[in-house]
Design a binder for this molecule. Structure first.
Ligand SMILES: [Zn+2]
Length: 237
């Protein structure tokens, strides 16, 4: 009898954990990618790409990236960590001046997967307020690692935020990747209408430097292939 109770209890806990964070996170990633594949299959995706950058701004790299994007007149979307934004208000101002879209990516890049209501509410509220104090109207949110839970869904709906995930990663945060391997991943994985997720902060030592080097090589190739670049507010959901 005791064994049955313990088994039942464990099953209930596992189900609750799955339903609270894992299923919403993984389910939404699956649905996002399925929608993108469907669009490509139907041939409705034109040759637009959506360049997005997470985990900045960083003093060492974001300026270099902004200069590179300006060189090709590319508008991108930056999902910034609020505490890094507070440390680098001039970089946020620079993004705005260049016409990039700024969204939020948490206050301190903590994982929200199993966090409670209070954490989720405060993390979103502080992120939005930090950026809005810098004159950025916030409408877009990308959770760190794409991890969220039922409270995240509740609050983004309540505050009318749009959840942004991605189609293509190049593992550019990893110490195992080189500029060359990131370039190869970008070029081999993109498809019309894809949302690319890259990083201008955090990650392995000098990781964003490799990202920027990879972009220097891959952007002219993508343009040559007929791709154009848009901000996430031009993305059709
Ligand atoms: Zn991140």
């Amino acid at each position: 009898m005791d064994r049955i109770c313990i088994t039942t209890g464990l099953a209930a806990v596992c189900t609750a954990v799955l339903c609270y964070g894992l299923i919403p996170s993984e389910g939404l990633k699956y649905l996002w990618k399925r929608k993108s594949r469907k669009r490509v299959k139907e041939g409705s995706g034109d040759r637009r790409l959506f360049l997005t950058f997470d985990d900045g701004p960083s003093r060492a790299y974001t300026g270099q990236l902004l200069c590179l994007l300006k060189q090709y007149q590319i508008k991108a979307s930056f999902f910034v960590v609020a505490e890094f934004a507070r440390e680098n208000p001039d970089l946020i101002e620079w993004m705005k001046e260049e016409g990039h879209l700024v969204g939020i990516h948490s206050v301190r890049h903590r994982n929200a997967l199993f966090k409670g209501r209070r954490f989720v509410c405060e993390d979103l509220r502080e992120s939005v307020e930090t950026l809005e104090d810098m004159g950025v109207k916030i409408r877009y949110y990308r959770p760190p690692w794409g991890h969220l839970n039922l409270w995240t869904l509740f609050f983004i709906r309540k505050w009318n935020l749009k959840l942004i995930l991605w189609d293509v990663m190049a593992n550019d945060w990893s110490a195992r990747e080189t500029a060359e391997s990131i370039r190869e991943k970008i070029l081999s994985r993109v498809f019309p209408g894809a949302v690319l997720c890259l990083h201008d902060g955090r990650g392995a030592v000098r990781a964003p430097e490799r990202t920027i080097e990879a972009l220097k090589e891959s952007l002219p190739v993508l343009i040559e292939q007929g791709y154009s670049f848009e901000r996430m507010d031009a993305y059709e959901y």
